[in-house]
Design a protein around this ligand. Structure first.
Ligand code: FMN
Ligand code: SF4
Ligand code: FES
Length: 538
């Protein structure tokens, strides 16, 4: 699609949108139940009140504060209604242009919204996820057009490197370095993969991004393909994400029909196609080498690295593999320039990070904050503090590969380095707030059961070790453990970390080790003998 055609779509769509005095945005994310019913009820109310020419009902992506959902946003007044039900529809439509409905109104100055810094989530909840004209009117695909018209692949590689962006899939590998390695790797064709497997329990960042702004992921992927010289891309997504898959199919088709994907994209010399590959829901298939085997049609088993996928990936060819959120960062980064990302966050952790904030805080949902923000600000300000009558015990970050940060260390800034120092990780962005009612032994037992079930069984330390560690943890849960069990637990964790073949086994002990470091007393309390009490004597 050439610029003139894009400009025409933007002008026509703006004219269409401007006809209406009020736009009513209904969240269509999975976190807001009955949203289809609510939207239909609002549409009916518009008809019964004969307001078809004045009011437009729109389906949008997640607005973030899922715990207050279903959410409805009224534009241009920027009024947000919470806990909306289909029965409220007539009243909402009747109130447009008049006084807001106080019982449904969310305070405009809620810290949940004002303390965030939205970058990849900036259009989430603001556009119809499936509408190309909506994305274009919001400035979408402008970064791609700028790239194709004015930048050469080395310019983009330099920008990504200068920005200091690190992969958002968990390990935090420098994105610019990975892209540069693929760009200069020998072999063709070159492939590109978007890792949308998202297997961490409690994580829904990637799903939400794909459901809310799927065009933004495509745009990031197309720009990456141009930068590294890839001609074929794959989005590997688990089959348990049907809404995201349905929306992706739709936007890929629209992008193809409008020459944003395919041959000679926007009249340039770039040819790039994207296909979707469905995963069956194995956590290990998120690991890059296992994922690659899965796309090749084989069983998703990891293999040792090197060689890294950047040099030998899909079918032995150079392959760029990045996470959904990493690709979503690319269009704003190219639009605003590398300094913009570099100026946000900390020295080594730049930009913003999306988290799925869950657990015992008042406000849960999807948030985006600058790197370096303190955990306390996330829990107390954005999360609104703990639910009535409860006190904070810890914040778990990084899912089954992460760890627990105790309440005493809540002033820790959220960065790759500071979380690692505490034996946890940023991971892909799961953040669970834990209160005094939860047992840390129970929590780590849950994560270890998850890793045991998801272990692919290829290497012995992980296959046998996760089961043994889990058995030991059950002994602690049942107050039947001994000091020898505690020693064995630590020894096994160490063994697993150092001898497992892939990241699943290497990181499975992290929650246990971090709980032992900060909440050792809880393990000792589960020891049946006198020894535990002797152990803690000064
Ligand atoms: C067991 C395991 C599961 C993983 N799951 C995911 C996942 O679901 N999504 C993801 O992007 N990365 C996942 N990773 C990390 C990927 O292997 C890879 O590092 C990442 O996709 C690279 O993208 P990035 O550089 O943009 O972070 C996983 C790693 C391991 C060891
Ligand atoms: S560490 Fe676990 S998941 Fe990874 S290869 Fe070994 S058995 Fe499979
Ligand atoms: S899904 Fe509706 S606000 Fe998150």
């Amino acid at each position: 699609m050439h610029r003139e055609k894009i400009d025409r779509i933007i002008t026509e769509h703006r004219q269409f949108l401007d006809q209406f005095n009020h736009h009513v945005f209904v969240c269509s994310g999975l976190g807001c139940p009955r949203n289809d019913e609510i939207r239909r009820a609002l549409e009916r109310a518009v008809q019964t009140q004969h307001l078809q020419d004045a009011v437009l009902i729109r389906k949008v992506g997640c607005m973030g504060l899922c715990s207050a959902g279903p959410l409805v946003l009224i534009q241009p007044q920027e009024l947000m209604y919470q806990g909306v039900q289909p029965e409220d529809a007539e009243e909402i439509i009747a109130s447009l242009g008049k006084s807001p409905i106080q019982r449904l109104l969310l305070p405009a100055d809620l810290a949940f919204f004002t303390r965030q810094h939205k970058n990849v989530l900036r259009l989430s909840g603001r556009i119809d996820p499936e509408s190309l004209p909506d994305y274009l009117v919001a400035g979408g695909y402008q970064a791609l057009l700028k790239t194709l018209a004015t930048l050469q692949p080395p310019d983009i590689l330099r920008s990504i490197q200068d920005s200091g962006l690190r992969g958002r899939g968990g390990a935090g590998y420098p994105t610019g370095l990975k892209w540069a390695t693929v760009a200069k790797a020998q072999g063709s064709p070159k492939y590109l993969i978007c890792n949308a497997d998202e297997g961490d329990p409690g994580a829904f960042m990637d799903r939400s991004l794909l459901e809310s702004t799927p065009h933004a992921i495509l745009e990031g992927m197309i720009m990456a393909a141009y930068a590294v010289g890839a001609s074929q891309g794959f989005i590997y997504i688990r089959a348990e994400y049907p809404l995201a898959v349905q929306r992706l199919k739709r936007v890929i088709r629209d992008a193809e029909q409008n020459n944003l994907l395919g041959h000679s994209i926007c009249g340039s010399n770039l040819n790039f196609h994207i296909q979707i590959r469905l995963g069956a829901g194995a956590f290990v298939c998120g690991e890059e080498t296992a994922l690659i085997r899965s796309i090749e049609g084989k069983r998703g088993l990891p293999r040792p690295r090197p060689p890294y996928p950047a040099e030998k990936g899909l079918w032995g060819c150079p392959t760029l593999i990045n996470n959904v959120e990493t690709y979503a960062n690319i269009p704003p980064l190219i639009t605003h320039g590398p300094e913009w990302c570099a100026n946000l966050g900390t020295d080594k952790s730049r930009g913003t990070k999306v988290f799925a904030l869950t657990g015992r805080v008042r406000h849960t949902g999807l948030i985006e904050v600058p790197m370096g923000m303190r955990l306390r600000e996330i829990v107390d300000d954005i999360g609104g503090g703990l639910t009535e009558g409860h006190t904070l015990k810890a914040v778990q970050t990084g899912g089954p590969s992460g760890g627990c940060i105790p309440a005493a260390l809540l002033d820790t800034p959220v960065s790759y380095e500071s979380l690692n120092e505490l034996g946890s990780i940023m991971g892909s962005g799961g953040m669970i707030v834990i209160d005094e009612t939860s047992s840390m032994v129970d929590i780590v037992t849950y994560f270890m059961a998850f890793c045991r079930d998801e272990s692919c069984g290829k290497c012995t330390p992980c296959r046998v070790g996760t089961a043994q560690i889990h058995n030991l943890l059950i002994k602690f849960q049942n107050h039947r453990a001994t000091m020898a069990d505690l020693e064995m637990l630590e020894w096994l964790c160490d063994l697993l970390k150092n001898t497992s073949l892939c990241g699943l086994g290497q990181s499975a002990p992290n929650p246990v080790l971090s709980a032992l470091r900060f909440f050792r007393r809880e393990f000792l309390d589960c020891i049946a003998t006198e020894q535990a009490h002797e152990e803690v004597k000064p």
